[in-house]
Design a protein around this ligand. Structure first.
Ligand code: DGL
Length: 275
């Protein structure tokens, strides 16, 4: 009798940021086999058009499938906002009906609805994510009464990528992005970008104790575990051999240094080409 093929879990991001999400997923479920792909050669996605984000994301998904992934988490909010639905509805059914692609926006939205008391939720994200209105749509689907206030924060990703996320300059920029959200009297703030988890303590300091700050890593890990418990037909196709493989589309020293810092332990990335 032939053994059924077993798959890894893929985690995709436009660059380094998704390593923080993988870190939390791996900490919660270390027995699965993981493949990370960061499209560092083409990052950032946040200021690109929807069409380009879709094309890049699809290329990454195809590559991860070809590397033996059966379930992929799109850790990038911009790609989740602008490409996930089309991939799930149009691409998977015709190309890979037995594999799955999930994003980070619905898990974050569900948690925010659970946390808010006054129904006023803030979202800090990239320009692309804000423009797509995906957070607003998903939050309102869960509770039509909530009010959602979005703020694009394009300057924050470079601070994290340059390792300057604890600097005074970062603090000033964070404060200026939070001011309009505070005026709207939000009580919950979604950090809707892979990188912003690294600014969490700075953001908490600036925003004060009255606002709950929701960082995605732990939420996504918890929801993924829950998803696998509810979908044994997917869970049983996953390899339980452990293992972490890292791919980047631009193999630089920086991927090793910044990536290792974000992931919390040394990593040895390999080069991969998309498109
Ligand atoms: N990974 C992206 C996100 O979560 C941020 C970086 C980028 O703009 O590519 O939206």
């Amino acid at each position: 009798m032939t053994q059924a093929r077993k798959y890894s879990i893929g985690v995709f991001d436009s660059g380094f940021g998704g390593l923080a999400i993988l870190k939390d997923i791996h900490a919660r479920m270390p027995d699965y086999s993981y493949v990370y792909l960061g499209d560092t050669a083409r990052t950032p996605y946040g200021s690109r058009s929807s069409e380009v984000v879709y094309q890049f994301t699809l290329q990454a998904i195809e590559k991860l499938f070809s590397q033996g992934c059966g379930l992929i988490i799109i850790a990038c909010n911009t790609a989740s906002a602008e490409a996930l639905r089309k991939i799930q509805q149009e691409y998977l059914p015709t190309h890979y009906p037995d594999r799955r692609v999930l994003g980070v926006i619905i898990p974050a939205a569900e948690e925010a609805i659970h946390l808010t008391r006054n129904g006023r939720i803030g979202v800090l994200a990239t320009e692309g994510t804000v423009r797509s209105e995906t957070f607003s749509k998903e939050l309102k689907k869960l509770n039509p009464k909530v009010q959602v206030f979005q703020q694009a924060a394009p300057l924050l990703v470079p601070f994290v990528e340059e390792g300057a996320h604890r600097s005074e300059a970062a603090q000033l920029v964070v404060a200026s992005y939070l001011r309009p959200l505070l005026k709207h009297r939000i009580d919950t703030l979604i950090l809707g970008c892979t990188h912003y988890g690294h600014l969490e303590s700075l953001i908490k300091k600036e925003i004060g104790p009255g606002v709950r700050v929701l960082s995605e890593g732990k939420v996504v890990a918890k929801k993924l575990e829950n998803y696998l418990a509810r979908h044994p037909e997917i869970e049983k196709t996953l390899k339980c051999t452990g293992g972490l493989t890292f791919y980047t589309t631009d193999l630089t020293e920086k991927f090793k240094t910044v990536g290792s810092a974000l992931f919390g332990r040394p990593l040895t990335p390999k080069s991969i080409t998309l498109g």
